[in-house]
Design a protein around this ligand. Structure first.
Ligand code: PEP
Ligand code: MG
Length: 892
């Protein structure tokens, strides 16, 4: 059976993104809708996957491409390679998931020394034909032959200088003929071969280059950040060329059916007269805003408006569009559901509901928790008095403060030391991606809102100001000048406001987001001061809350955190880590416990700890009212409370060497530290093992919790206490601890004369516990999956070291897409969660199940926990709104 690797545009639809890629599927859809799409065909992602696994294209591809090309030739009455009337094509990448600017494109394929003359004759412009040819040489050289693009730029710069020209447009046919000749010489010098004159060979090589660009370093980095699988591959779109650079009635542009920054209906976009698409996106020439097209080419503008309406109605969403006008005829080169800022996503979704285009559930489907979390970033304080030095375009919202850095390497090096930077460039290109990712914000002096910097920054949720034209960015001298004066050098602090486009020297104070004020209950949605955005968030959050069955709790250790979590909508505390109550000056109390020489000293230390713990628990329970509050008994390795072994050894040795009197406490402490020293403390004396080896420790903690509960009850409260045992792997461990807890509960209940109905449960954070969950559930009344430790022990990755170590290599090589500590490894660790849940509920059908690892606040993981049947997720207070939102979306 022969596989069909090539589909003409009139054979597909928008539902075939996996096979045809996003661009191919949408070109097919536009063709179906009768919109003016230049004829062409798509080579499927299957072909790319075949290429990646075999290192060559599928054997049937050449023939299928030839016959699809023949169809295009027949339709247009033009032949590929015809010296009189040549057909030219573009060869563009197009993956199933949009990866803007990450892969390659070759335009004007089909031009050679002969066909260039045919093109000149047909277009009536020698200059145009030569300009198209030099572009092909340049793009083919860079993309297919990997010749350094600077080599070509140098030639153009030289020609421009000779002519005193500011832009390429001022070069005439003679200059361009020289450029073509010199580019051809560069080819021979760099590759040892002349530029291929056979159009079919050009096409064959361009297709392979697009396949290869799937694995270009910047594409790999982008997929890692966006968590896109590396084995998907890209489709290739071969499309007959239409020319935006034919004459002054030609243009090329990018537009949106709504404002992608605010969601307001209206026309929005940039265009350039007499240019090819790459000129707009690269930000090389400053673009004109779309409404001006109505003056320049009114018929085309009217037709474009109609196309935009057709597309928005059809896709029921904001679309972005690439178009070209060739001598007064409009052509659609691409459309897709447009990238947008987080704020616009919310506004557009609710606006479309109001317009009756979609329903509330569809609206919720279209916005994600990640977008909500972007809205929770702070912005610059109003009334700070800071004066902007200039204003660029507000390309991607947010407030960013950082040191000026001019290149990706500096930004990434500083990011490793947690130094915030603003990447400042004349314009960015796809190779700046790593720097854009690591920077706090991006500032460019050239380019419109659809320039590379703007599009990529919006996609990443990164603050960006672009096209700040009064700034002269000198990347070589590493300085920013204005009117000839140096205003900032590398390392100086600047602040940029992506919402207003303003740029400030120095640090401007930032203030919390309005959405956070709303989420914390400080701003009512019907308050006249609340913006549309707040109302949109409120509506969609309401939809999410009404749909979701998964509850959301918070990880909170203090009354303050607990109150904040409640304001954010937490329905309980899923994890109060008691170790945080032993830090700071209280450390000495734990030292006392460890150093106690006899029963009396130990009891004294325990009594002191009891006292401080009780107070903490009273405050926590009061803050939580009658919401469930899960308090975990002490978990971390003991050494975390003791001085560092090396520092203490040095201190003792130094005293001895200088003849000072030995500190008895230091010497005893050193003995204890040595005794307790472990090679692998995370696998050592921690969790339930502490409770079993340090007599009285868990008993004391239980007493503190229950005495606090009794106190709050006597004061009229109705606390809901759950005591949780960490790092259990065997039922035998839990038996012992449960017996101790119950004994203390009976004692405290009798002493205080109050009924104490607390539940006893355990964390499931070791593979053995998940596998033996049926047994463990005989004792435990609830499970909370500790997916941090469960990930650590399932993968055998140290959670403390791994992110700084070989993960970089693992990500680069595509072994891991994302850290399993950030987003749950659903196939491995997730399988243990599934087994633990099923086996636990097999024993105890009403077993309460939750998760309290970091994954409790991660959107993808939350969907998984919902589907596996957990009752709640628990995450940090600030993630609670995101978790509520995603728990609702998981029901869709
Ligand atoms: C866990 O392991 O997932 C957990 C919540 O416990 P901790 O992070 O405190 O080890
Ligand atoms: Mg743990």
């Amino acid at each position: 059976m022969t596989v069909t690797y090539v589909h003409p545009f009139d054979e597909g639809s928008m539902d075939q993104k996996d096979l045809l890629g996003g661009k191919g599927a949408n070109l097919a859809e536009m063709t179906r809708l009768g919109l003016p799409v230049p004829p062409g065909f798509t080579i499927t992602t299957d072909a790319c996957r075949w290429y990646m696994s075999h290192g060559d294209t599928p054997p049937e591809l050449a023939e299928q491409v030839a016959s699809a090309l023949a169809q295009v030739e027949a339709g247009l009455g033009r032949r590929f390679g015809d010296p009189e009337n040549p057909l030219l094509v573009s060869v563009r990448s197009g993956a199933a998931v949009s990866m803007p600017g990450m892969m390659e494109t070759v335009l004007n394929v089909g031009l050679n020394d002969e066909t260039v003359q045919g093109l000149a004759a047909r277009s009536g412009s020698e200059r145009f034909a030569l300009d198209s040819y030099r572009r092909l040489l340049q793009m083919f050289g860079r993309t297919v032959e990997e010749i350094d693009g600077e080599r070509f730029e140098e030639v153009l710069d030289e020609l421009k200088e000779r002519r005193g020209a500011a832009s390429d447009l001022e070069l005439d046919a003679q200059d361009l003929a020289e450029a073509v000749a010199r580019f051809q010489r560069i080819f021979v010098e760099q590759t040892g071969e002349p530029f291929p004159q056979d159009p079919r060979e050009q096409l064959r090589r361009s297709i392979r280059a697009v396949f290869d660009s799937w694995n270009a370093p910047r594409a790999v980095v982008y997929r890692n950040t966006e968590r896109i699988r590396h084995d998907l591959g890209t489709a290739v779109n071969v499309c007959s060329m239409v020319f935006g650079n034919l004459d002054d009635r030609s243009a090329t542009g990018v537009c949106f059916t709504r404002d992608p920054a605010t969601g307001q209906a209206g026309v929005y976009g940039d265009f350039l007269v007499n240019a090819q698409g790459e000129d707009v996106v690269a930000g090389i020439r400053n673009t004109r805003s779309l409404p001006e097209l109505a003056e320049v080419l009114p018929d085309c503008y009217a037709q474009l408006e109609q196309v935009m309406e057709t597309l928005e109605t059809h896709y029921r969403d904001l679309c972005d569009i690439e178009f070209t006008i060739e001598s007064g005829t409009l052509w659609m080169l691409q459309t897709r559901v447009g990238k947008r800022t987080a704020a616009a996503a919310f506004r557009i979704a609710t606006t479309l509901v109001d317009e009756g285009v979609i329903d509330e559930e569809e609206a919720l489907r279209r916005v994600g928790g990640d977008q909500l979390s972007r809205l929770m970033f702070p912005h610059f304080a109003e009334g700070s008095g800071a004066q902007p030095i200039t204003k660029g375009l507000n390309a991607s919202p947010g407030a960013a403060v950082g040191q000026v850095a001019f290149d990706s390497e500096t930004v990434t090096a500083l990011a490793r030391d947690h130094v915030a930077t603003i990447l400042v460039r004349r314009e960015t290109n796809p190779d700046d991606l790593a720097g854009m990712l690591a920077a706090a914000g991006v500032l460019t002096s050239r380019g419109g809102k659809t320039s590379h910097a703007a599009v990529v920054a919006r996609g990443l949720g990164k603050t960006c100001v672009c096209g700040a034209e009064t700034l002269e960015v000198d990347e070589k001298a590493k300085e920013i000048r204005m009117g000839g004066d140096v205003i900032a050098r590398e390392g100086d602090i600047i602040s940029i406001d992506g919402t207003s486009g303003e740029v400030f020297l120095g640090e401007v104070p930032v203030e919390p987001s309005e959405v956070v004020q709303y989420l914390e209950g400080d701003l009512a949605p019907d308050d006249p001061a609340a913006s549309d955005l707040v109302r949109s968030v409120h509506r969609l959050m309401g939809t999410a809350d009404s749909l979701r069955t998964l509850q959301v709790r918070a990880n909170a250790d203090t009354a303050e955190d607990a109150s904040r979590a409640r304001r954010m909508g937490a329905q309980g505390i899923g994890l109060a880590r008691t170790e945080h109550m032993f830090l700071g000056e209280r450390r000495v109390l734990v030292e006392n416990l460890i150093l106690s020489a006899d029963q009396e000293q130990r009891q004294e230390a325990l009594d002191e700890l009891l006292e401080v713990q009780r107070g903490d628990f009273v405050a926590l329970l009061e803050a939580m009212g009658s919401l469930p509050t899960t308090i975990r008994l002490l978990d971390p390795p003991l050494h975390e409370f003791l001085p560092d072994i090396t520092e203490l050894s040095v201190k003792v040795a130094r005293r001895e060497a200088t003849g000072k009197k030995r500190s008895k406490r230091d010497v005893t402490l050193l003995g204890a530290v040595r005794r307790l020293h472990e090679q692998n403390p995370m696998l050592g004396l921690r969790g339930v093992r502490l409770g079993l080896t340090i007599p009285g420790l868990y008993g004391m903690q239980t007493r503190a919790i229950l005495e606090a509960e009794a106190q709050v009850r006597r004061a009229g409260g109705t606390p809901h206490v759950e005591i949780m045992v960490p790092l259990v792997s065997s039922i035998r461990e839990l038996w012992e601890i449960e017996r101790e807890i119950r004994a203390v509960r009976d004692e405290v209940s009798a002493e205080q004369g109050v009924d104490l109905p607390c539940r006893i449960g355990t964390m499931i954070e070791l593979p053995r516990a998940a596998l033996r969950a049926d047994e463990i559930a005989e004792v435990a009344e609830f499970f909370s999956f500790g997916t941090n430790d469960l990930t650590q022990t399932t993968w055998g990755f140290s959670r403390d070291d791994v992110e700084a170590g070989f993960f970089f290599t693992y990500k680069d090589r595509g072994i891991l897409l994302t850290s399993p500590f950030e987003s749950l490894d659903q196939y491995g660790v997730g399988e243990l969660v599934r087994i633990g849940a099923e086996r636990g509920r097999g024993t105890r059908p009403d077993l309460k199940l939750g998760v309290c690892g970091e994954h409790g606040g991660d959107p993808d993981s939350i969907h998984f926990f919902h589907h596996v049947g957990l009752d709640y997720v628990s995450c940090s207070p600030f993630r609670v709104p995101v978790a509520r939102f995603e728990a609702g979306r998981a029901k869709l």
